[in-house]
Design a protein. Structure first.
Length: 203
């Protein structure tokens, strides 16, 4: 995800994975700023999580926004997407990821170099505008995923994931084209697993 810091610290949970299996399909507005987005911001609000996500993004091409929505539905809604649904989710978000989010990220990285003199401030203004566009694109991607997973999970029985680490590995591995995915004991995977387990019970 694009780097967005929250103004509050993440509270430590009791290490439990708490589901909200009774939550029904969301409204149009909720698809844009719903609990999946709050979940993502809360999870990404930790510096170790941001570092782990950046590492997995650079090493395997991970789509962090997609991972966070999958984790939300697994942990909060008790819906563990089968392999086929996970593949569909990756395909569904491919256009916005490849044509919008990744190019914006490259542009943002390219303009980190501050020009000399009085253009430095303007350069930062441009960079912030690109960052905002990137965040909006990630929000769009998450809204698409939330609607898709609502449809696929309709009528499915709720069952909290028994192994969040395995789910994270499975999602990251979807992006490791032509190479092996991460091992379950990968330090970045372990960081994310601990962070998910430490989330408070509700968003």
């Amino acid at each position: 995800m694009a780097e967005r810091r929250q103004g509050r610290r993440v509270r430590s949970g009791a290490g439990r994975l708490v589901t909200d299996a009774n939550r029904g399909p969301m409204t149009e507005d909720a698809y844009w700023t719903g609990p999946h987005w709050t979940f993502s911001l809360r999870l990404y609000g930790s510096e170790p999580v941001r570092a782990a996500c950046l590492s997995l993004q650079e090493r395997f091409g991970l789509d962090v926004s997609l991972l966070f929505v999958i984790l939300y539905y697994a942990v909060r809604r008790g819906f563990l997407p089968p392999d086929g649904v996970l593949s569909e989710a990756v395909r569904l978000t491919g256009p916005v990821r490849d044509a919008v989010i990744r190019p914006l990220r490259r542009i943002r990285d390219d303009i980190k170099q501050t020009p000399p003199g009085d253009l430095a401030e303007k350069n930062q203004t441009v960079r912030k505008a690109v960052l905002q566009a990137e965040l909006l694109a990630e929000q769009l991607e998450q809204a698409m995923l939330a609607r898709f997973l609502d449809e696929r999970s309709a009528g499915a029985s709720s069952r909290p994931p028994q192994d969040v680490t395995a789910l994270i590995v499975a999602v990251v591995s979807r992006f490791a084209i032509g190479r092996a995915g991460p091992a379950a004991d990968d330090p970045d995977i372990a960081t994310l697993s601990r962070a998910v387990a430490a989330l408070p019970p509700a968003d």
